[in-house]
Design a protein. Structure first.
Length: 124
């Protein structure tokens, strides 16, 4: 379980590696929400390309999505959430997570590369 958090001018990058579980995901978003820079974020990128054991499931996606939907009330800007993964088993879980904040200004998309994710989050 390891995640590097990189704060950028208008966004945040989560670089996951090794094993990822609900505990790590909750810890990372907790760090983000607790930071005053959260209010100014325009994008979040979660890079799962170095993950070797992904334990996140649909229940976790529901919990994380519900927290993010509630957080959209604090950061009312249009937020883009990009996930970088090629894991065919994880993609439906991410799509399920995205459904939790459909009625907000936040939107999510899945990409195969970090470069593609950056192109999208910075395109607006």
């Amino acid at each position: 379980m390891a995640c590097e958090i990189i704060w950028e001018e208008q966004g945040i990058l989560f670089k996951h590696s090794g094993t990822v579980d609900e505990q790590e995901a909750l810890a990372m978003i907790g760090i983000m929400y607790a930071d005053s820079r959260f209010d100014g974020l325009r994008y979040q990128i979660s890079d799962f390309t170095k993950v070797t054991n992904n334990l996140l499931n649909f229940k976790d996606a529901k919990i994380l999505g519900t927290l993010d939907r509630a957080s959209s009330r604090w950061n009312t800007r249009r937020m883009r959430l990009a996930f970088v993964t090629k894991d065919e088993k994880f993609i439906p879980i991410v799509e399920y997570y995205f459904k939790e904040f459909e009625a907000t200004l936040w939107e999510g998309k899945i990409f195969e590369s970090l470069e593609m994710a950056y192109d999208w989050v910075k395109s607006e």
